[in-house]
Design a protein around this ligand. Structure first.
Ligand SMILES: *Cc1c(COP(=O)(O)O)cnc(C)c1O
Length: 451
């Protein structure tokens, strides 16, 4: 038995998989935030290149990966699939646990899988500058690397608390050449308005998105880019699931359950969507999204139309949401803090094809440490949600004696997140269930859509 299942470069996928033709119904409409009418390509063209807009609404099941993109992917892809035999031993489980190791990318996560094609398509259409937001800095660093390879200028609005507390990710973004602003900033009308009301506004992902969208929409030479949630982002991430599927075949196994952590939904989409078609064809496979119980969008947020950002500038989409003005509790350490989720993931949850569970953060850190002490790699706090879910599945199998095959996506390493580990070790991390009353209050501000 091989510990690492390596896919040869010559066997790397040459197409991404688009789940839209395999959905149980048509995809839900995307609405203009001002008119609440379906958006047109013209509405989106100030923000995205036409090729990306085309991918966002495409009904083609397979989309070719451009050669220039595959050449950059080859710097770290195909990534290894690893059998977690040492973890299996520690858990004393009959289950077989496999993880797809996306921490081997230069930025340390799955995010470059979409950053690279997004930079490429922008370059092809003559974009001079891209504007984006970043929470803890993973997306900003991935896109900074990609823009550097394709010679595009990048501006990153980084949530202010992270800008102050996570200086090394900021330095990483700068190393690859991008410019970073702490958000809220004085660079946009929206940011200046917020700073006037409260100069110490700590920022949020929703605010940073609003600033980036405003900056991109008002600069004719600029486009906007998003690191999760959107259909084309989920599609680019299927590269990792398609590789994993081939690698499972090499290992001679098929997963009973496929697991990923869920923030905006893109790495989970990447690992799980290639199995959706199998499931539609009658294959037995469970697809499980793992989210934090302090930001429980899929498990507690109603499935309804909501704005994509705090300032109501981004499109309105149908998703599980905690309300567009959701701000995660300050004690929440593990990222995955977006108020909504990918509409495609939500539609599949609603149809019962994907299941979701929420996990408290101390149990996730405990799982992350078990993993680091058995398999060696220190997980990102986000990834620890997937590890918790995988370990729970393996412990269930131990009770029943089932030879369950578990596949999870190891979305990234935690080398820049050691302060969260420090907080865990010193007992400062506590569990927090996001209160129902707060969810109810936020939902009072939903757009009134009759569809
Ligand atoms: C960004 C990130 C996530 C969450 O984003 P998704 O779009 O839900 O995949 C998870 N893990 C790591 C390591 C990340 O950087």
């Amino acid at each position: 038995m091989e510990k690492q299942i390596i896919l040869k470069a010559s066997d790397a996928p040459t197409q991404w998989y688009n789940v839209i033709p395999d959905l149980p119904g048509p995809p839900t409409p995307v609405l203009h935030p001002a008119t609440l009418q379906p958006v047109t390509p013209d509405d989106l063209s100030p923000l995205f290149p036409m090729s990306i807009i085309g991918q966002e609404v495409s009904n083609e099941r397979w989309i070719d990966i451009p050669e220039e993109v595959r050449e950059v992917y080859a710097l770290w892809r195909p990534s290894p699939l690893v059998r977690a035999t040492r973890l299996e031993k520690v858990l004393d489980t009959p289950a077989h646990i496999y993880f797809k190791n996306e921490s081997v990318s230069p930025a340390g996560s799955h995010k470059p899988n979409t950053a690279v094609p997004q930079a490429y398509y922008n370059k092809m259409e003559g974009t001079k500058r891209i504007v984006t937001e970043t929470g803890a800095g993973q997306w900003g660093s991935a896109l900074s690397m990609a823009c550097n390879f394709f010679d595009i200028e990048l501006q990153v609005f980084m949530v202010k608390v992270s800008y102050q507390q996570k200086p090394y990710r900021r330095s990483l973004i700068q190393t690859w050449g991008a410019k970073v602003f702490a958000s809220p900033s004085d660079q946009t009308n929206y940011g200046r308005q917020l700073l006037e009301a409260d100069p110490d506004n700590p920022g949020s992902l929703g605010i940073a998105i609003s600033e980036a969208v405003e900056k991109a929409a008002t600069d004719p030479a600029a486009h906007y880019s998003l690191g999760s949630v959107l259909n084309h982002v989920c599609m680019h991430q299927t590269i990792l699931g398609l590789e994993a599927k081939k690698q499972m075949e090499i290992a001679g196994e098929y997963p009973d359950v496929v697991i990923g952590c869920v923030g905006g939904g893109s790495n989970f989409a990447g690992i799980s969507f290639p199995f959706v078609a199998d499931k539609a064809a009658g294959k037995k496979v469970r697809l499980l999204g793992a989210e934090p119980s302090s930001c429980p969008t899929l498990t507690k947020g109603p499935y309804t139309f909501d704005y994509g950002d705090t300032a109501k500038m981004a499109p309105v989409v149908k998703m599980h949401t905690l309300g567009h003005d959701f701000v995660p509790p300050g004690i929440h350490a593990g990222g995955l803090r977006y108020h909504g989720d990918s509409p495609l993931v939500c539609q599949l949850v609603d149809a019962g094809i994907i299941e979701a569970k929420a996990y408290p953060q101390t149990a996730c850190f405990e799982a992350a440490i078990t993993f680091a002490r058995s398999e060696g790699i220190v997980p990102a706090p986000e990834t620890s949600n997937a590890i918790r879910a995988a370990i729970d599945e393996a412990l269930d199998a131990k009770k029943t004696g089932e030879k369950k095959v578990i596949l999870f996506n190891f979305s990234g390493h935690g080398h820049f997140d050691m302060s969260a580990y420090d907080n865990y070790f010193s007992g400062k991390l506590v569990d927090f269930e996001y209160p129902e009353a707060k969810i109810k209050a936020a939902l009072a501000n939903l757009p009134k859509v009759d569809m």
